[in-house]
Design a protein around this ligand. Structure first.
Ligand code: UVW
Length: 327
């Protein structure tokens, strides 16, 4: 392939649009006025979860690059008896628990989780992907160090109040009359436009697009992680200009990478480069859009208040999330 995507990069690039030192990119489009208006879309108070489980059985099992979350109990009911034996000891964690248990009936459980931040439902921070040595807004790739991102870390998103605004579902699978798209299917900008038109939803600047391919159900049915990744359908990089024209604030999809997983026109993850690095647009991956898709099909209402806050992890290049759509 030629370098067509690079020409598009010149057209969609938002560098400097919100200032030389901007670290928020298209999240700048989530203005207080738009968020307040988005809140009016929560008319019935129905909250629909959009996150997949963070557990040992998720889609990272055989990817090699990432692992599924490991959940460990640190303190549980069994420790109560142990604590009784250790009462009077000094220093050890058990003794600390024993000290707390010595004064009344209060008992407690604690746990840990060890996970790649991109293990399950997530936002990619703008520091996640770069090319030609530069990140969004021209920050050098070296701004991300072994100690974390010194620019464009996910804490920037958390500290602005997360990703909250008017969510719009584009149900591409339902529009094609399928439960889910075929493996490798590519979704272009004309189809997104057609889906919005068929659903009767008008896009507005600052919208957060949530695109259902149905691909999450492939994982639930087959539990074949490598196939789920390798064969994933998704957006074409050619959607970038359409997203820029509509001034979309962020895009989330029920697949591993928002875009189609196999190299498109010979290039690996071109939409990642255009969205994260050139447009400054966060990408949401591995969302569960089945309940939302069914709900929207039933009432014919495809917009809602979307709440998807980032964890405040200084220097992280992504964040686990449990987003909700409120209708
Ligand atoms: C890569 O795999 C590089 O990115 P993501 O997890 O965002 O798809």
């Amino acid at each position: 392939m030629g370098e067509e995507w690079r020409e598009a990069a010149e057209r969609v690039r938002n560098w400097g649009r919100w200032g030389e030192d901007d670290q928020l990119g298209t999240l700048n489009l989530l203005t207080p006025e738009r968020i307040a208006r988005a809140a009016t879309r929560a008319r019935q108070g129905r909250s629909i979860p959009l996150g997949v489980p963070f557990d040992a059985y998720g889609p990272q099992g055989s990817s090699g690059m990432r692992r599924n979350p490991v959940h460990l109990m640190a303190i549980d009911g069994g420790d109560a008896e142990l604590a009784a034996h250790l009462a009077g000891w000094g220093g050890a964690a058990e003794a600390q628990v024993a000290g707390m248990y010595a004064h009344g009936p209060m008992r407690f459980n604690d746990d840990y989780m060890i996970l790649p931040l991109q293990a399950a439902t997530q936002w990619d921070a703008l520091s996640h992907v770069y090319y030609d040595g530069l990140l969004y807004n021209g920050y050098p790739a070296t701004a991300v160090t072994s100690l974390g991102a010194t620019r464009l870390g996910i804490e920037q998103v958390a500290e602005r109040g997360g990703v909250v605004g008017r969510g719009v579902l584009l149900d591409v699978a339902r529009h094609r009359n399928l439960d889910r798209l075929e493996g490798g299917a590519v979704v272009g900008p004309h189809e997104l436009e057609a889906v919005a038109g068929a659903q009767g939803v008008a896009l507005e600047p600052g919208d957060i697009l949530v695109i259902r391919t149905g691909w999450w159900t492939h994982f639930l049915e087959h539990r074949k992680q490598s196939e789920w990744f390798r064969a994933s359908p998704g957006l074409s990089w050619r959607c970038a200009e359409w997203l820029r024209e509509h001034d979309i604030a962020a895009v989330a999809v029920d697949n591993p990478a928002v875009e189609v997983m196999r190299p498109e026109d010979g290039v690996m993850l071109p939409l990642h480069m255009l969205a994260l690095r050139d447009m400054g647009m966060p990408l949401g991956e591995i969302w569960d859009l089945e309940a939302l898709g069914a709900d929207c099909a039933e009432d014919g209402v495809y917009d809602f208040l979307l709440c998807a806050p980032a964890l405040r992890i200084p220097g992280a290049v992504g964040t686990p999330i449990s987003p909700v759509a409120i209708k």
